[in-house]
Design a protein around this ligand. Structure first.
Ligand code: MV4
Length: 454
């Protein structure tokens, strides 16, 4: 029994290919949608059908809800997978699918709404006994409220946009007297970026590690976790390297963080796949940070060490099937690392679009590459610059790193610049090799010549 006869993929690039692969393994027919500039792409080639939904500009294509719903109706697709980015965390889109009788492959609109309202999510978790870093109880009304909380928790503190993401609307308060000015700057930035100026406050944890947990939940209320991922290596709030397990993980640590993540998901009656993000401080204390209500870019590292196909699970769960695994069925084996290869200058990280004149993929033991790029394809400037994810698996971290290193040396991309040389430098960094890093790694590290603006 296949969960659906036909599914539409409301995305592009490597994640569209990833979803098509899951569908075809499940015996589900696929419909790709594409913008005019994406006609000659792999999702269009791999899917059983393809529908052009608009011009290159995302607002008129991959973000065009009526056009996408119409494409599903015309092709008789029973379900839509949103991938990540674009409409994946838009509650109106999930609602529009429901209203049209189409299954949205993902959580409920209310789950998405709470995940996108970080101040309210934090407050919800705090009230249910899940640890959060000291700070405000929900959104703060004005600069007076911010000053009052910062007097209590002390500096440094961080102002965050409730609708936030990508670091916009975020300000670190190092001195109490700066609070008012920074509050207005963060509020203005958040309003401009998200149309919402709500802010919340947290104690600033300078050397935090970003550890997140993959969860799966069925429609009956069963929830499991698939272990943690360390995503501490980021640049300007873009994750660059992710790995699972966390280098210093133990069965006890995994049980603790896994149970916290499952509790967070249960508190909000979470459905389908999600990721609970935590801040870990230098003492090892864990605090809920936010929940991401989508399949994430870095999901493959979890697949590599658990053997679970997360996208197939998402589709089966959305069709109403119960979880195919109980918690004790999830076995963790080995180590996996992902490098996100972007079409960018490896020194300055400015996008480098253009025609790929040569594209030779790495392979061999323990290497997986998720990509929709090929030789002769022109990387458009209209979208995200991710062109490939190189994922290495090994029996242990050393083997995974060695495989990643030799895979990145094999990988040939000509015609455009990529971030491959940047990763080859990081993979030789002693702090990376010893696992002695945190989210400040790239801003502090001379080896990567990155000076992050705080
Ligand atoms: C923090 C933090 C320290 N303390 N929260 C959240 C989103 C992610 N992209 C960065 N975030 C952070 N949240 C608390 N309570 C540090 C970061 C952070 C960061 C903040 C400002 C400027 C650059 C940063 C780089 C990495 C992490």
């Amino acid at each position: 029994m296949t969960p659906f006869k036909k599914l539409l993929i409301a995305n592009r690039g490597e994640i569209a290919v990833r979803v098509i692969r899951a569908c075809h393994e499940l015996g589900i027919k696929t419909v790709a949608i594409y913008s005019a500039i994406d006609k000659e792409t792999l999702p269009v080639k791999f899917a059983d059908e393809a529908v052009c939904i608009g011009p290159a500009a995302s607002a008129q294509s991959y973000l065009n809800i009526p056009a996408i719903i119409s494409a599903a109706e015309i092709t008789d697709a029973e379900a839509i997978h949103p991938g990540y980015g674009f409409l994946a965390e838009n509650p109106h889109f999930a609602e529009a699918c429901l209203t049209s009788g189409i299954t949205f492959i993902g959580p409920t609109p209310e789950n998405i709404r709470l995940g996108g309202d970080k101040a309210r999510a934090r407050q919800t978790m705090k009230r249910r006994g899940i640890p959060v870093v000291p700070g405000s109880d929900g959104p703060i009304q004005d600069e007076e409220a911010a000053i009052k909380i910062i007097k209590k928790i002390g500096v440094p503190a961080i102002l965050k946009a409730s609708a936030g993401g990508g670091g916009r609307g975020m300000r670190i308060v190092y001195e109490e007297k700066e609070t008012e000015e920074l509050f207005h700057m963060a509020q203005r930035e958040s309003l401009a970026a998200f149309g919402n100026g709500d802010l919340y406050v947290e104690k600033y944890i300078p050397e935090m590690r970003h550890i997140e947990v993959q969860v799966l939940a069925d429609n009956k209320g069963s929830i499991i976790h698939l272990g943690e991922r360390d995503c501490s290596i980021q640049r300007r709030h873009q994750k660059l390297i992710e790995e699972s397990p966390y280098i210093f993980s133990t069965p006890k640590f995994r049980k603790k963080i896994g149970e916290l993540a499952v509790k967070a998901a249960r508190v909000m009656k979470y459905k389908n796949a999600g990721t609970v993000e935590f801040i870990m401080d230098n003492s090892g204390a864990l605090y809920f940070m936010e929940i991401n209500t989508r399949i994430q870019v870095e999901h493959p590292v979890t697949e590599m060490i658990t053997g679970v196909d997360l996208v197939k699970e998402q589709i089966k769960l959305a069709s109403g099937e119960p979880l195919s695994y109980k918690q004790h069925d999830i076995k963790f084996s080995g180590h996996s690392i992902e490098c996100r290869i972007n079409a960018e200058d490896p020194e300055r990280f400015v996008p480098s679009s253009g025609k790929i004149t040569s594209f030779i993929l790495p392979g061999g033991p323990g290497i997986r590459v998720d990509t929709a790029a090929y030789s002769g394809w022109t990387v458009p400037a209209h979208y995200d610059s991710l062109i490939a994810k190189v994922v290495a698996y090994g029996r242990n971290r050393e083997e995974a790193i060695a495989r990643m290193h030799r895979a990145l040396r094999e990988f040939v991309v000509e015609g455009i610049k990529t971030t491959i040389p940047f990763y080859l430098r990081i993979l030789n960094d002693p702090l990376f090799l010893t696992g002695n890093f945190n989210t400040q790694f790239l801003s502090k590290n001379s080896n990567t010549s990155e000076k992050e603006k705080l």
